[in-house]
Write a protein that binds this ligand. Structure first.
Ligand code: PEP
Length: 245
């Protein structure tokens, strides 16, 4: 399947940083990569980023609300993201779950809203270090998938991103065998619930992916791309990761 390399800028990025998006878009147009390229800047830059990208790379949002419109001060609907030029949205990132208390149920409702707006939903799941050492990774991820992924999921509408919380922004990554074992379990769970469709869902790995480790991680079984935080802020680093796929 065609891999996806997605960049999550988190709460970073002012107008001046749009040049990073333009640089990647120009590079992708000049020499198309082997992977789909998506950058998710903050909501304030979505429309400008999409205009600059001009279809050469995809632009996504980092979250959206489940509602359509109305008296929800500060919230942004999936349709608004789409209208601003996004084609995807990251949902259930561990920072949203942790700092905004997002539950599996809320993530699932947001996924449905994203689908209804025509956005690709990138649904994040991940275990903490403690859950991992206690041998609970599989149960935790199974629970998150059961609760966050709605019925009716297809590979065209949804991507799953496995991001061990202890790996995000720490420079630490699991051993290759651990990534393969966890991703094999995610694939198994997707197939058990969604049948053949589960075979085609992209499963991204996320957590301290850099130009130095990208190639090794991306060639692992059931790793169909990467969700990249810190290294996505720099066009040179992000392009190097993109070209590793
Ligand atoms: C993330 O938060 O989605 C992420 C993967 O961050 P980083 O690459 O910085 O670890």
């Amino acid at each position: 399947m065609r891999p996806m390399i997605a960049g999550n800028w988190k709460m970073n990025g002012l107008l001046a940083q749009l040049v990073e998006i333009e640089t990647i878009a120009v590079a992708c147009a000049a020499s198309p990569p082997q992977a789909d390229c998506l950058i998710c800047p903050p909501a304030t830059l979505l429309a400008l980023a999409a205009r600059l990208a001009a279809g050469r790379i995809a632009i996504g949002a980092q979250t959206c609300d489940a509602g359509i419109s109305g008296a929800y001060t500060g919230d942004i609907s999936a349709n608004m993201c789409r209208n601003a030029g996004a084609s995807a949205v990251i949902l259930g990132h561990s920072e949203r779950r942790r700092f905004h208390g997002e539950t599996n149920e809320q993530v699932s409702t947001k996924v449905r809203a994203a689908w209804a707006a025509g956005l690709l939903a990138i649904v994040c799941i991940g275990e903490t270090e403690r859950q991992r050492v206690e041998g609970r990774t599989r149960t935790v991820l199974d629970d998150q998938m059961d609760g966050s992924l709605p019925d009716g999921l297809t590979a065209q509408t949804t991507v799953v991103a496995h991001e061990p919380l202890w790996s995000i922004g720490t420079g630490l990554t699991p051993e290759p065998a651990e990534i393969e074992a966890v991703h094999a379990r995610i694939r198994q769970a997707l197939v058990a619930r969604f049948g053949d469709e589960g075979l085609s869902v992209n499963i991204l790995y996320g957590g301290s992916v850099t130009p130095d480790n990208a190639r090794d991680i991306l060639q692992l079984a059931n790793v169909d791309g990467a969700l990249v935080g810190g290294a996505s802020l720099d066009a040179i680093a992000f392009e190097a990761i993109l070209r590793s796929a």
